[in-house]
Structures are given as structure tokens and as C-alpha cells.
Design a protein around this ligand. Structure first.
Ligand SMILES: [Zn+2]
Length: 263
């Protein structure tokens, strides 16, 4: 796991699995953790790493309901997890889905955990809406298309935008459960003005981007979605994302999404 401070009040932690990111934001003497790393040892050291940096985590958020983003309570079991109303609906309509997906992935990697994932303390947040943190205000924006639920989180006072699984430099747009090209495109359109207001854009998988890099990723992803919609079997994939695995993601997308690669 790698921890990088992107501003004095934002730390991005990157998991060894899929470069999954978790972001801690601080305002005043309060901090919040958004999303989660995957491996048990990463989750175990996370509270210490953040406390040593002076981040006292008081709340947890998940950008969306995929299992690799909702593991925060394994690090902070006493805190509740805040999610968009759309994500809460997914958790309620598919009870046990995140736990099952986590168990399958754990089995694949021979990972054992000290305790099971409990999502009982989950709370619904209004999206679009605002959320108070230490006297500052976070903006919550709808972000759907990768799945049929979720949100992006913008911290205007830090210039940090946390997109969930959008605008990644390591994976092409991925249609997971309930994801659609139409919703995905609407989300990119919603993210564009937020990117303009950002200094740093943190995606769910891969390194954080500068505003300029994120603008380029947004253009590339828009272009990719057009090729996907045209049903192109071998579209040109963006530089750095043109490998055998991303080609498989594309095949899954063409087949209607939510393939084995979905996460
Ligand atoms: Zn993800």
C-alpha cells in the first residue's frame, strides 16, 4: 500500500490490488475516509497511518457499492458508512452481494480476514447534495454508468475531486452491474465542470491526475464510449490502456457489461 499526500489535507492511499484508492480528507480537526484498500494488512495499518499524519477519521463514505470500495468498516468498525441513496438501494435490493463478491475474490487470492464485512451501519446521503466536514462543505454529485448507482465527491476548499471508478488512467470505462453507456456519458458530462474546478482528480483505480490529465482522460473516455456504442470490436484504446486485459474489458462491455472483469 502506498500513501501520498496530494495536499496537506488530502491523503490518497493506493492498494496493491488493482491500484484501488482510498482518500482521506481533512477539515479542521475532522477527517473522512472515502472508499477503501483491499488487503487485510492494508486495512489494519490504515488507522495508524492516518492518525500519524494527524487525520482523525470521524466518518466513512463509499463512492459506489462494488465490494472493493465498501471495506472501510474493516479498518474503522465503529464508524458508519455513508453512501448515495442509489447505492443504499443496491445494497438493500441485493443483500449479501458485496460480501459474496469479496469472499469470491478472497478465495481467488487465498486471502483470509480476521472478521467478516458488516454493512449494517450504512447511512443514506442525499445526492446531489452537500455534506459538512469540520466547518467545510463537500459536494456530492451523481455518478452512474459504471454501475447504476454511486456518487462523486468534490472538496472545493482543497480542489480535490474523487470520482469513483471514472477517469482512470489504468482502465477503460467499464460497464459493471446495471451500467450503461447513456448513464456513463451523462456522468462524464457532469464531471467535466467539476474537473475544471479541481487541482487533483482521484479515481477509484490508478494514480491521481492533475486537472489537465483528467481533461484528457475525459476526452479519451468519451471517444471510447462512442466506439463502444458503434459496436466496434477492435477500437483504438487510449495510450497506456491498450493491453490484453483492457481488451477483455472491452469485450465484456460489448457483451452488455458486468463480465468477469467487473469490479
Ligand atoms: Zn472499483
Amino acid at each position: 500500500m502506498r500513501a501520498v499526500s496530494v495536499t496537506g489535507d488530502a491523503i490518497v492511499v493506493t492498494s496493491l490490488l488493482w491500484q484501488t484508492t482510498a482518500t482521506a480528507l481533512r477539515a479542521g480537526d475532522e477527517a473522512m475516509l472515502i472508499d477503501s484498500p483491499y488487503f487485510p494488512d492494508e486495512l489494519e495499518v490504515l488507522p495508524t497511518v492516518l492518525a500519524q499524519a494527524g487525520f482523525e477519521v470521524k466518518a466513512l463514505l463509499a463512492t459506489h457499492g462494488d465490494f472493493d470500495h465498501v471495506l472501510g468498516r474493516l479498518a474503522f468498525p465503529e464508524l458508519s458508512l455513508g453512501v448515495a441513496e442509489s447505492t443504499m438501494l443496491r445494497l438493500q435490493n441485493k443483500p449479501g452481494e458485496a460480501q459474496r463478491d469479496l469472499r469470491n475474490r478472497d478465495n481467488e487470492h487465498y486471502v483470509t480476514r480476521p472478521r467478516p464485512l458488516a454493512l449494517g451501519g450504512t447511512q443514506t446521503l442525499p445526492v446531489p447534495g452537500k455534506l459538512e466536514l469540520g466547518g467545510e462543505e463537500l459536494e456530492l454529485h451523481r455518478a452512474e454508468g459504471h454501475t447504476d448507482e454511486g456518487m462523486a465527491v468534490f472538496a472545493p476548499w482543497l480542489g480535490v475531486l474523487i470520482t469513483g471508478d471514472y477517469l482512470s488512467s489504468v482502465e477503460i470505462p467499464m460497464l459493471g452491474p446495471g451500467g450503461t453507456v447513456t448513464e456513463y456519458r451523462a456522468t462524464l458530462a457532469r464531471l467535466a465542470p467539476l474537473v475544471e474546478r479541481s487541482e487533483t482528480v482521484v479515481t477509484g483505480h490508478g494514480p491521481p491526475s492533475s486537472r489537465d490529465q483528467a481533461v484528457r482522460l475525459l476526452d479519451e473516455d468519451t471517444e471510447y464510449l462512442a466506439a463502444l456504442e458503434r459496436g466496434e470490436e477492435r477500437p483504438r484504446l487510449p495510450d497506456g490502456r491498450d493491453d490484453a486485459h483492457q481488451r477483455r474489458v472491452h469485450s465484456d462491455n460489448l457483451a452488455g457489461g458486468a463480465g468477469a472483469a467487473a469490479r
